[in-house]
Write a protein that binds this ligand. Structure first.
Ligand code: SAH
Ligand code: SF4
Ligand code: F3S
Length: 477
């Protein structure tokens, strides 16, 4: 593959705002005017960071072919939705977007556009998308993105419908041009797909088998990113720590982390998501050894009861998970731990749920994303008997969130008075108010009398704490 080029969105759209994770549509907020139709594209992304990064690569592929990115579907000749199917609600979103283009609908958007569905709903629904929305022209899952230039060429040559739906590929999606959304944080997928078989999860079906990217190629891209000014690297994978270097260097995941962290100019390295089964002491030792490796591990537990974990096919027990937590807590640096939890898995009893609540106390997570179980097509859990009523699932979710909120508040309050380095990510409306993130991934809103702080690393003293963020002031020592 040729040399790769990294274009931050800022270079394409001066004036675009970068307020961090809230920007879901990849098009910039600024209005661009521009021609209707023609070789212009719009892309909107749903789902996880891997999807966001795939959209950055798809945008690069399109730019290379002479397309120009625009800020709204109305201005675009080519409209792409990069979709998520992890829960029913996420999957529904794309069909409501597609409905806006229904030619039968008077308030529908202009026809004559090429509409494409990418990502996990594309892979899951396949050609059925053409039945539900016949005005769609392209359906392509992430394991087939290498074929995108070819599919686009076929559309340009006049074909009406094209698909890329294979998953039995050993290729990863690498492009010559990646148009990145963020000016100082760069995502980099190091392992695609998933070989775990959690019984509730669509990802193994929508993203195909695990394929790791060669370490040389990863390190080359990080060096290039550092050269053009990126300081934070986020290594991505559904099970990022299951990374297996396919090259003959055979770097382990922790060796790869250390090699990325050593690259001059790189100040922060994050990685997500880690699977508990593959979290070993070598990863904790690497974080201890290298200040550039962020002191944060995202380690989804999913449930606190071994019985439910077994039904979920998570491959560890409650006790084994807590041993991993102990391993991380024994590190020399304090490492923050966040998690994902599902409530209301089929057959989850009150006793099982109580075990999830008690696990929260035992693990003392610094953050948790929690979800009501949502049955997904083709998954083994979808056909399991489920006597737990929806109202009870909601009650459990709320009880869990309340308990976790109290834990986070207590933990954050313990940080008042400490000084942390933050990477400044945004400014608030008040001129002296900034927001940044600590290495432990906490949001820290702080005051500084200085201007032009975006992308800077500063030391900030914590003066206050809430459950989801800290407040502070720049520390001039
Ligand atoms: N690869 C990661 C997580 C991927 S999806 C891992 O293995 O942990 C992100 C989160 O969505 C999961 O951790 C899980 O908590 C949640 N999730 C996945 N499938 C779900 C479903 N069917 N219903 C509800 N939540 C689900
Ligand atoms: Fe889904 Fe499990 Fe794979 Fe995570 S590890 S993506 S939850 S199958
Ligand atoms: Fe969603 Fe697919 Fe990511 S289902 S969470 S976009 S891997």
């Amino acid at each position: 593959m040729g040399e790769s080029i990294h274009v931050p969105l800022a270079a394409l759209f001066p004036g675009a705002s970068f307020s961090g994770a809230s920007a879901k549509g990849n098009a910039p907020a600024s209005s661009l005017g521009g021609l209707r139709g023609g070789r212009t594209f719009y892309i909107e992304t749903f789902g996880c960071q891997m999807n966001e990064h795939d959209s950055e690569k798809v945008a690069g592929v399109l730019l290379r072919r002479g397309y120009r990115q625009v800020a709204s579907p109305d201005e675009a000749g080519l409209v792409f939705y990069n979709t998520c199917s992890i829960r029913e609600k996420a999957a529904q979103k794309v069909f409501s977007r597609l409905g806006e283009f229904n030619p039968k609908n008077n308030s529908g958007r202009d026809s004559g556009k090429v509409i494409g569905v990418l990502g996990c709903v594309a892979q899951q629904e396949g050609e059925q998308i053409f039945e539900r929305a016949p005005w769609v022209s392209l359906v392509c899952g992430s394991a087939s993105y290498r074929k995108l230039p070819l599919l686009l060429a076929r559309l340009e040559a006049g074909e009406r419908r094209v698909t890329g739906l294979e998953t039995d590929t050993d290729e990863t999606f690498e492009t010559e041009l990646t148009r990145r959304d963020h000016p100082f944080r760069a995502y980099l997928t190091i392992i695609e797909g998933c070989d775990k078989a959690c019984s509730y999860c669509v990802v193994p079906y929508t993203r195909g088998p695990e394929r790791s990217r060669a370490s040389d190629s990863i390190l080359r891209e990080v060096r290039e990113l550092a050269e053009v000014g990126y300081t934070e690297i986020q290594l991505l994978g559904q099970t990022v720590n299951s990374y297996r270097d396919p090259s003959n260097r055979h770097l382990t995941f922790s060796e790869l982390l250390l090699a990325v962290a050593e690259i001059p100019g790189i100040r922060r390295v994050r990685f997500l998501t880690s699977h508990p089964r593959d979290l070993g002491g070598d990863i904790v030792a690497a974080i201890d050894a290298s200040p550039a490796l962020c002191d944060h591990v995202h380690l989804p537990v999913q449930a606190g009861s071994t019985r439910v974990l077994r039904a979920m096919q998570r491959t560890y027990t409650r006790e084994e998970y807590l041993e991993k937590i102990g391993l991380i807590r024994r590190a020399r640096r304090p490492i923050s731990i966040t998690t994902d939890i599902i409530v209301g898995f089929p057959g989850e009893s009150e006793q099982d749920f109580e075990e999830t609540l008690s696990l929260l106390e035992a693990a003392q997570f610094d953050g948790a994303f929690s979800f009501q179980y949502s049955p997904r097509p083709h998954t083994p859990a979808a056909v399991m008997a489920d006597p737990v009523p929806e109202s009870e699932k909601l009650r459990r979710l709320q009880a869990l969130q309340e308990r976790q909120r109290a834990i986070q508040l207590r933990r954050n309050q313990g940080l008042v008075g400490e000084v942390f380095e933050v990477l400044v990510e945004g400014a608030s409306r008040r001129e002296t108010q900034w927001t940044g993130r600590t290495s432990s991934n906490r949001v820290l809103n702080f005051t500084s009398s200085r201007t032009d702080l975006l992308g800077e690393y500063l030391r900030v003293r914590v003066t206050g704490a809430g459950p989801n963020s800290l407040t502070g002031e720049e520390s001039i020592e």
